[in-house]
Design a protein around this ligand. Structure first.
Ligand SMILES: O=c1ccn([C@H]2C[C@H](O)[C@@H](COP(=O)(O)OP(=O)(O)OP(=O)(O)O)O2)c(=O)[nH]1
Ligand SMILES: [Mg+2]
Length: 150
C-alpha cells in the first residue's frame, strides 16, 4: 500500500536520479538533491529543480526546510523560509507537482550547484483545520508559485 513518499517526475525519468532517504535513524528530514547542475549569480534567487514529486494522505503536508550548513558552506538560503508542499500539488496539470527549492545566493560570487548535491530537507507532518472549514469553497490546485491568484 502506498501511504506517502516521493517519485521522480517524467521530465527526469531517465536522468538517473535517486529517491531521497533519511541520513540517520532518527533524522526527521529526507534530503532532496539537485536534479541538474545550475549556477546562481550573486544576489540572485533561483528555483532549484529536485526532479521529485511527493504523494501523501489527506491531512498531511510536506515541509521543506533549509539545511543548517547551506548559509555558511554554500552561501545559499531557502529564501521563502519554509516551503509548504500541499498534498494536491502532486501531479498537478501545470508541472506534475515537481518540488522546487527557492534558493538565494547571499554571497558576492557565483554559486555552482552540481547534480546530486543535497539542497534542502523535507519533513512530512499532519496538519489541523479550523472550525467551519468543510463549509468553505475550495478550488482545485492547477500549479504552484502563485497559481491560486496574486
Ligand atoms: O518552496 C516551495 C514552496 C511551494 N512549492 C510548490 C508546492 C506548493 O503546493 C505550491 C504552492 O505553494 P504556496 O501555496 O506556498 O505558494 P503560493 O505563492 O501561495 O502559490 P499558489 O497560489 O499556487 O498556492 O508550490 C514548491 O515546490 N516549493
Ligand atoms: Mg498558496
Amino acid at each position: 500500500m502506498k501511504t506517502r513518499g516521493f517519485e521522480i517526475v517524467s521530465k527526469y525519468e531517465n536522468a538517473g536520479l535517486e529517491l531521497p532517504v533519511r541520513a540517520t535513524k532518527q533524522a526527521a528530514g529526507y534530503d532532496l538533491s539537485v536534479a541538474e547542475k545550475l549556477v546562481i549569480q550573486p544576489g540572485e534567487i533561483k528555483l532549484v529543480s529536485t526532479g521529485l514529486k511527493a504523494y501523501m494522505q489527506a491531512g498531511e503536508v510536506l515541509y521543506l526546510y533549509d539545511r543548517s550548513s547551506n548559509p555558511r558552506k554554500k552561501g545559499l538560503i531557502l529564501i521563502n523560509s519554509v516551503g509548504v508542499i500541499d498534498g494536491d500539488y502532486y501531479n498537478n496539470p501545470s508541472n506534475e507537482g515537481e518540488i522546487f527549492a527557492q534558493m538565494k545566493n547571499i554571497t558576492e560570487s557565483e554559486v555552482v550547484l552540481e547534480k546530486g548535491e543535497r539542497i534542502v530537507q523535507a519533513v512530512f507532518m499532519p496538519f489541523l483545520v479550523a472550525d467551519g472549514d468543510e463549509e468553505t469553497v475550495k478550488t482545485t490546485r492547477t500549479g504552484g508559485f502563485g497559481s491560486t491568484g496574486h
